[in-house]
Design a protein around this ligand. Structure first.
Ligand SMILES: Nc1ncnc2c1ncn2[C@@H]1O[C@H](COP(=O)(O)OP(=O)(O)OP(=O)(O)O)[C@@H](O)[C@H]1O
Ligand SMILES: Nc1ncnc2c1ncn2[C@@H]1O[C@H](COP(=O)(O)OP(=O)(O)OP(=O)(O)O)[C@@H](O)[C@H]1O
Ligand SMILES: [Mg+2]
Ligand SMILES: [Mg+2]
Lengths: 222, 222
């Protein structure tokens, strides 16, 4: 499903450059549950953004579902994200001026789900993450962990093939964290591919296979 | 140092209200190291914002250093924050368009530290949190955990009497997390008062005393 070879990512910074990824090889099969682990600043989010077609590599090849993504333009990448990928961002990235249910329904708008249907489905997903009584709250009317759960609910809205979760439990207590892991495990059992970044052991342990990142390189055989 | 009696916080929300704190009694002595623990949405950040004079209670009394804060206006609260309190926000709240060192130097500007001195001190604090080679990065040129560490460095800039840390390790691996805890422990040994919210056990365990919050109430004797 995912095949990356010699992927690098260099960020320009004034007169210098930051080498966030220094030649990464990653292969992930359909239906796997993978954990990406590594120190802060090691390149995990950078790698996740490239896997999720939110950013392009500086060099190297990336075949997703057999197609070479590194040759695609912005519109083609947006189509792929819309159809196959659900992304839980480390910073949530919720629209600030609309209620929680509307944030969750956003991916459904791209996929042309009828308006009434969208709100109904959004409320069901919000209930599944414990926010049934917060559906009309704006992001700034929610706690940190509640905002994080809205971001998780949004990523699941279209039942995407691939779910990319970047530190999904950073603001959640272990009870809420386990609830989120249960949801991801259920989706995994339904055949979805799950890729999770987490510095919390009880979360990273859920991955059937672990990819260790350090200083922009993958450690060990992969 | 901190004495709160029957503190409530009600957020208006359209036609309804959200009772985030329902009559909280909290007493904290100078030099204590306290952990505030509780489920997502239980009122921890709300309580921290009131303790840190960033928000006012709806009712109840709050004496800080012997003075009744609930009677103060915005300017008086800002003066207290400037002089005594360092706040590590759950959402970081860094200025997006200035480099990391400038974000760290902000509290020093309020306290009239000379410009050259400010940058020097800011770089020293950034080195202490492992960001010596990221001092000129803007927030969007930093990883999640790096932004969190800039927010931590900023809270320590003026060596405040009281440090309020809301989920300070949510984006940090355990090595970086322990480094932050070491810094807070050192400040505690110097006599500073530390109040920390964390859902991660290894962080909450550092508090010498724990306050449990659930549904806006403090559980047990306090
Ligand atoms: N501005 C607001 N308007 C309405 N409700 C709010 C507002 N801010 C917070 N709330 C609600 O108040 C409750 C307490 O919020 P608070 O942020 O204090 O929780 P918390 O314990 O810090 O949670 P977390 O662990 O998820 O960060 C939450 O359920 C939240 O939905
Ligand atoms: N836009 C950018 N410009 C310059 N450097 C950047 C940019 N974005 C990220 N970096 C740098 O690239 C490195 C990798 O960042 P990345 O966000 O992938 O790390 P991470 O492993 O997700 O870290 P964390 O666990 O703290 O979230 C970091 O050291 C960061 O400073
Ligand atoms: Mg990251
Ligand atoms: Mg909070």
């Amino acid at each position: 499903l995912i095949k990356m070879r010699d992927v690098t990512k260099v960020y320009p910074l004034g007169q210098t450059e930051v080498h966030a990824l220094r030649g990464v090889n990653v292969s992930i099969k359909k239906g796997e549950f993978i954990s990406i682990i590594g120190p802060s600043g090691s390149g995990k989010s950078t790698l996740m953004h490239i896997i999720g077609c939110l950013d392009v590599a500086t060099s190297g090849t990336y075949f997703l579902r057999g197609k070479d993504v590194s040759k695609m333009d912005g519109n083609q990448l947006a189509d792929i994200r819309k159809e196959f990928i659900g992304f839980i961002f480390q910073d949530f990235y919720l629209l600030p001026d609309v209620p929680a249910w509307y944030n969750v329904s956003l991916p459904m708008i791209y996929n042309r789900v009828a308006p009434k249907e969208r709100k109904k489905k959004a409320v069901v997903i919000l209930e599944s993450v414990g926010l049934g009584d917060r559906v009309n709250h704006l992001p700034n009317q929610l706690s940190g962990g509640e905002r994080q759960r809205v971001a998780i609910a949004r990523a699941l809205a279209n039942e995407p093939e691939i779910i990319i979760a970047d530190e999904p439990t950073g603001n959640l207590d272990s009870v809420r964290g386990e609830e989120i892991l249960e949801i991801l495990s259920d989706l995994h059992e339904k055949g979805k591919t799950i890729i999770i970044v987490s510095h919390e052991k009880y979360v990273a342990e859920r991955g059937k296979r672990k990819i260790y990142l350090k200083d922009g390189r993958v450690e060990g055989k992969n």
